[in-house]
Design a protein around this ligand. Sequence first.
Ligand code: IMP
Ligand code: MG
Length: 334
Amino acid sequence: MTLSVICGGFFGDEGKGKVLSYLALKDNPSIVVRAGVGTNAGHTIQFKGKEYKLRMVPSGFINPDTRLLIGAGVLVDPIVLFKEMKETNSICGVDYQSGIIEEKHREIDSSNAHLKGKIGTTGSGTGPANQDRAMRILKVARDIPELEPYLTDVSVEINDALDEGKTVQAEGSQAIFLSLFHGSYPYVTSKDTSAAAICSDIGVGPKRVDEVIVVFKAYVTRVGTGELPGELSLEELKKRGWVEYGAVTGRPRRAAPFNYNLAKKSVRLNSATQIALTKLDIIYPQISRANSVDHIKGEVEDFIDSIEKATKTKVSIIGTGPSAEDIIDLRENI
Ligand code: IMP
Ligand code: MG
């Protein structure tokens, strides 16, 4: 029986979708449950030559034996959910109490001068919907007839599965420095995004968690406004091959070199037990698409060692390419 919580280590877009999809194939969890804020997060999954950018359906959809769930703390946009269930040919259980994003929330989020202009939100309606939730006027999933066939008690399903000795994977979204409480306020999202928040989103207590895997990219990126220590110019990013675009908004991502202080803080705030390090192949092309531990040597090994030393936490999973299979899995070695 294992409950693993997977959370973003920097400002989002660390490659959680890729790590999650690998784990869903490798660990064969009974349940993969989506936590986090809502449709503002886009998880990119490449599998068998196809690419998916998912804002609602959990990344575990690539394992047909896995039950997919969305927790009570997650905002559901029924339009996005139905589109993605169709696209991925999957069924996703939704908690009775998940909040509902409506047209009016998307409208405010994409036109309001403070949200759109100053904070640089994704425009997906999550902030205004969470505002209505705090006012206790937001509709929840049980109020929406079209969601009736998908409704479930996510907390009961997860806790029962764990009692039966099954494996459950909890998928966080955004990342710790976008947390409403622990991030670079006010340039943050509309909710907490820590490992503890992920537990709350899905209805499990902290004592049920076995592993907290924090995902770091080999360099730090950020979309929208707010601080980014060590930010490099676009010219420099082009030189380094670090130019990326947001999965939800298509905006270019700002970027900076790997930040050890932020990594340390992130491990502390999430009580991480392991680190997944993605896009290492972008920095070290010699490990592109590698799967073998034998590739961890020389400068690659030195970089990993430096992260482990700074954070006092083991790097257990390494991303070596965009596809779900491009991973070096070190978990058996630690
Ligand atoms: P909101 O979450 O749409 O309200 O946007 C607030 C801030 O969080 C903006 O800077 C967004 O760019 C950022 N943000 C929200 N979700 C994500 C994500 O999944 N990845 C990266 N940045 C995000
Ligand atoms: Mg993303």
